[in-house]
Design a binder for this molecule. Structure first.
Ligand SMILES: Cc1cc2nc3c(=O)[nH]c(=O)nc-3n(C[C@H](O)[C@H](O)[C@H](O)COP(=O)(O)OP(=O)(O)OC[C@H]3O[C@@H](n4cnc5c(N)ncnc54)[C@H](O)[C@@H]3O)c2cc1C
Length: 484
């Protein structure tokens, strides 16, 4: 029996393909990372099917790449060594909801769109951290990749929300980590040795996750989404951001230095530009405005009002003492911009605007907050060198213990020259981020190689040992994380 027949036996013919037009979709993503075509794509419906295909692949030494939406913006699902792509879109069930202990257990194909519906219709007392990512991307993949979202200012990156995983190992055996390894509850990682780390950040190279338990958070009864605009990122990053983080009055702080093209679908930038110029302010960097969302939260209206008063005081003090040009808008003042202002918070749909020329890439990173401004200014210079307009996103994480610095780079995917320029520019941005003590996240293989060159050699050796121990035949998403 050949491989195709064996796959048909496991999945049924409707859920196996080796047709070029279907494989094409899995051979590339929106980034500049080069394409590579798989030999087969399969769509499992059950854990048993995942176990069977992994056993088969391990026996025949065929590479396997787990995939949900391929929206990681880093070439992480491009199957560089071909083989089988395992597309999880059919495994999208909610396995368990535990209201009392505030968690859900979901399959990898469960997306942020599904989660929005669940929270809006059924679990209205809870919230989760929503990324600016498309609604069709996976909650599990996002958490496994150290994602960042609308609650990250308060609770950190999304890997910290994972309480338990069910994983198919390269042998096809099924393993549980977290409290669910011993208890019927999927509510905690303490006090066991934290084996979750064997699968988080590994980009599917050590095991294939079939269930993921994540924390939900109680929704504060009162919230207000204020916006602070400035014409210069230094106005915010000189001192305001540090005071704001330490005050802990916000559950979300985030936004970025945006231009009209990048902000399309994210914020009503043209209207905001008009508003700011009416006030007589001119941007320090032509066409760029620093937009910053601050979501205040409270258990009562009084608590919210007190926090708002404190925010106004901080902004006024910064304007007076530091000669800043900050503009603070309350939700009541959004006027006709209101709906658009809320889109990035509720469920982002910005992808069409960013993908106008077919290509989108980024250098996304976590940096020490104390170096964010330096990274931003050096990043602007690098963009100037390549004659590109920068878009720099920010978010102080975990009340400011670290921060997001993400350079968003739309490009023309049909222009070889554009691809070359973007590749060279991303490399300079990555080196710059590492120089300021930051670390690129969701790193493509080429970025991981640069990072591992700088890493403590024993760290890299341990990483390779873990990978080779868990996957001795090298079948799980090979060619990733700088590990050969
Ligand atoms: C415009 C835009 C904005 C974005 N903004 C954000 C943002 O604000 N915050 C953020 O965190 N992300 C953001 N993202 C990135 C991305 O959408 C998320 O990281 C996303 O959740 C990844 O989900 P996916 O379904 O696309 O995963 P995929 O790209 O399909 O997979 C991601 C990785 O997980 C692995 N994987 C997939 N399934 C499994 C499995 N079952 N077991 C083990 N490994 C698996 C894959 O092999 C791959 O390495 C953005 C993306 C875009 C396009």
């Amino acid at each position: 029996m050949d491989v195709l027949e064996k796959l048909n036996n496991i999945f049924g013919e409707d859920f196996v393909s080796n047709r070029p037009e279907e494989l094409y979709v899995y051979s590339r993503d929106m980034t500049e990372n080069p394409p590579s075509t798989p030999d087969y794509v399969v769509m499992p419906e059950s854990v048993e099917q995942v176990q069977e295909v992994v056993k088969l692949a391990n026996q025949l030494k065929i590479p396997i790449t787990p995939y949900v939406a391929g929206s990681n913006v880093g070439g992480l699902t491009i199957p560089y060594e071909h083989g089988i792509v395992l597309d999880f879109k059919r495994m999208k069930k909610v396995i368990e909801i535990d209201r009392e202990n505030m968690y859900i257990v979901v399959e990898p194909g469960f997306t942020f769109g599904h989660l929005r519906k669940l929270l809006d219709e059924e679990l209205t007392e809870f919230e989760y951290s929503f990324p600016f990512a498309p609604p069709y991307s996976s909650v599990t993949a996002n958490a496994l990749l150290h994602g960042l979202g609308s609650l990250s200012h308060k609770y950190g990156s999304m890997n910290e929300y994972i309480n338990g995983l069910e994983v198919v190992l390269a042998t096809g055996e099924l393993l549980r980590v977290g409290s669910c390894a011993i208890s019927p509850f999927w509510n905690m990682r303490s006090p066991l040795p934290d084996l979750m780390g064997l699968f988080i950040g590994f980009q599917g190279t050590t095991g294939i996750v079939t269930k993921c338990g994540v924390s939900l958070w109680p929704k504060p009864p009162f919230q207000a989404h204020c916006m602070i605009f400035s014409t210069d990122p230094a106005d915010i990053y000189h001192s305001l951001i540090f005071k704001l983080c330490r005050s802990q009055i916000c559950q979300e702080i985030g936004g970025g230095l945006l231009n009209t093209a990048i902000a399309e679908g994210i914020l009503p930038m043209e209207k905001l530009e008009g508003l700011i110029s009416m006030m007589g302010f001119t941007p320090k960097y032509e066409g760029l405005y620093f937009a910053n969302l601050c979501t205040l939260w409270g258990c009562s209206q009084d608590a919210l009002r007190a926090k708002y008063k404190f925010l106004v005081k901080l902004v006024n003090e910064t304007n007076d003492k530091e000669d800043a040009n900050l503009v603070l808008l309350r939700p009541e003042e959004y006027g006709e911009m209101g709906k658009e202002m809320m889109t990035p918070i509720n469920l982002p749909v910005q992808i069409p605007g960013l993908l106008k020329e077919g290509g989108l890439t980024w250098v996304g990173s976590y940096v020490p907050l104390s170096r964010w401004l330096e990274g931003c200014l050096r990043g602007i210079e690098i963009h100037k060198k390549y004659d590109r307009v920068p878009g720099v996103l920010h978010r102080p994480m975990k009340y400011g213990h670290y921060g997001v610095q993400r350079f968003l780079i739309p490009f023309n995917k049909s222009s070889e020259q554009d691809i070359q320029d973007v590749t060279a520019m991303c490399k300079e941005l990555v080196e710059m981020i590492l120089d300021i003590g930051g670390m690129p996240y969701k790193m493509p293989n080429w970025v991981a190689k640069i990072m591992m060159d700088r890493a403590d050699p024993h760290f890299f050796q341990l990483l390779k040992t873990i990978k080779h121990t868990l996957d001795p035949n090298g079948i799980l998403n090979p060619g990733k994380l700088g590990i050969d």
